[in-house]
Ligand binder design. Structure first.
Ligand code: MG
Length: 476
């Protein structure tokens, strides 16, 4: 507790809350009364950096930090956040949540994505009830400070609902900063390393011939990276087409793992024989196999030189990635269910994975994602941020800006946006020829038309609960 007293003899008094100035005698008295006194001595939760800057201006030059704090106001005039508006919507099966963050500069706002399609209503509540009161009145360029405070605010870190709410605010603040500076967000991240971002798409089918047709169709559209799914023996994408007598989705694959592995291996062999090698192929296991079957698959796929097998093991079985690395050379992608840094740091630092696949809003947005990318660079782990339809076009724009500026970028995920999404989100990145192209507008370069979005009222989210072939629950 004595760390609260600054040891520098040039300082006349301990650093305490700017709103509760206190001399040494007062401080000791406060400490002497135990917990209650200590609480009074600590900086109240509402005291943030912007308040500290104001306090430094009052304290004067005897505070050794005051010059540095005041220097932060010498750049762009500081703008304060005046309002936050959550904008949820349901477009097709996707429950999208975005925000607008407004500033005290008339007409200047930012947009961000916090889409947690399964629990949309919780994210909206977190934004409105917790994030909005915490950030209104703060300076819009305090992105790092706001993110760190938001991370600690619930005390229990890494709630996926809280992280999505943080991501929405975080993206909007980067958007505002770019707009104020007059540059795209990728410039703020260090500048473009590539003119556009290559993407992979999906090719499905119930037989190797049908999948071959769809791979060829994707290649004709310009894709060089195709993720395949054999829907004859595997659960359909996300397993929702079969339901039990009560209407609950059935996950029919358990107990049929041998068929799953054999059909997939036969399909890869067929594609290499027919389509050839001028296409990168991958597959998402979605953690659906038992660990032993997953290892068998990884080893059997080696001759086909895949780009990656994704989510070979479920998060509950993440330690099996070490075994996959030692037993197979097939590259591994992992991470769309990550919310906590402890879930990916060991996998990257031990080089057990080749691609990291975080869902950016589930980890808290652009601010943590750029750190993950930078960390992974030193372990030769490439980025492939999760980017299916349950990421809003604003979230895809965030992914794109980071991809443009990331040296260890691997591959993006995405398909051209539908007409309805392009109408809701003017400025959505252009997607053609298997690539995403930035529009080079300041900020994220994308907006939301709230009048159009109002035609897609939110439905609150959806469940992913699934059952095995024998009726027992299993993870999606
Ligand atoms: Mg996946």
């Amino acid at each position: 507790m004595f760390a609260f007293v600054l040891p520098d003899p040039r300082c006349r008094r301990p650093i305490v809350s700017p709103q509760t100035p206190m001399n040494r005698r007062g401080a000791l008295k406060a400490l002497s009364v135990g917990g209650a006194g200590l609480a009074a001595f600590m900086v109240p939760a509402g005291i943030l950096r912007s308040d500290a800057v104001d306090a430094a201006e009052r304290v004067g030059p005897q505070d050794p930090t005051s010059d540095a704090l005041q220097a932060t106001s010498r750049g762009l005039p500081r703008l304060k956040i005046t309002d936050v508006r959550a904008i949820p919507m349901t477009v097709g099966r996707n429950h999208l949540t975005v925000v607008k963050v407004f500033t005290d500069e008339p007409g200047l706002y930012g947009v961000g994505c916090g889409t947690h399609s399964e629990r949309q209503a919780l994210v909206v509540q977190t934004i409105e009830q917790y994030m909005k009161p915490a950030v209104v009145g703060r300076y819009a360029d305090d992105i790092n400070d706001i993110w760190q405070m938001a991370w600690m605010a619930p005390y229990w870190r890494a709630s996926v609902d809280a992280s999505n709410a943080m991501s929405a605010i975080d993206g909007a603040l980067w958007d505002i900063l770019g707009k104020r500076a007059g540059v795209p967000v990728y410039e703020l991240l260090g500048g473009k390393l590539r003119p556009a971002v290559p993407m992979f798409t999906n090719a499905m089918g119930r037989s190797p011939d049908e999948i071959e047709d769809n791979v060829r169709a994707a290649m004709e559209e310009g894709y060089h990276f195709v993720r395949i799914r054999h829907s004859g023996s595997m659960p359909p994408a996300n397993g929702w087409t079969e339901v039990d007598e009560e209407g609950a989705p059935v996950f029919p694959m358990r107990g049929r793992e041998v068929t799953y592995v054999n059909d997939l291996v036969d399909t890869f062999a067929h594609l290499r024989d027919t389509v050839g090698w001028d296409v990168e192929l991958s597959h998402d296991v979605h953690g659906a196999l038992s660990p032993s079957s997953a290892l068998t698959l990884a080893k059997a796929c080696e001759p086909f030189r895949l780009q990656f097998l994704e989510d070979l093991f479920a998060p509950e079985d993440a330690h099996w990635y070490e075994h996959a690395r030692t037993q197979s050379s097939t590259p591994i992608a992992y991470g769309e269910l990550i919310v906590n840094q402890n879930e990916w740091v060991p996998l990257a630092a031990n080089r057990w994975i080749d691609y990291i696949r975080c869902h950016l809003s589930a980890i808290g947005g652009l601010t943590p994602a750029r750190k993950i990318a930078a960390c992974c660079e030193f372990f030769n782990v490439r980025t492939s941020w999760h980017g299916p339809a349950n990421v809003s076009p604003i979230g895809h724009a965030v992914n794109m800006h980071l991809d443009l500026a990331t040296s260890n970028f691997g591959i993006a995920e995405g398909d051209p946006f539908s007409d309805e999404l392009r109408e809701i989100f003017p400025g959505a990145p252009e997607r053609r020829d298997g690539m995403t192209f930035p529009n080079d507008q300041p900020g994220l370069g994308i907006d939301i038309d709230e009048a159009v979005a109002a035609n897609y009222p939110p439905e609150g989210g959806r469940d992913r609960g699934m059952r095995c072939y024998d009726g027992s629950p299993c993870h999606p």
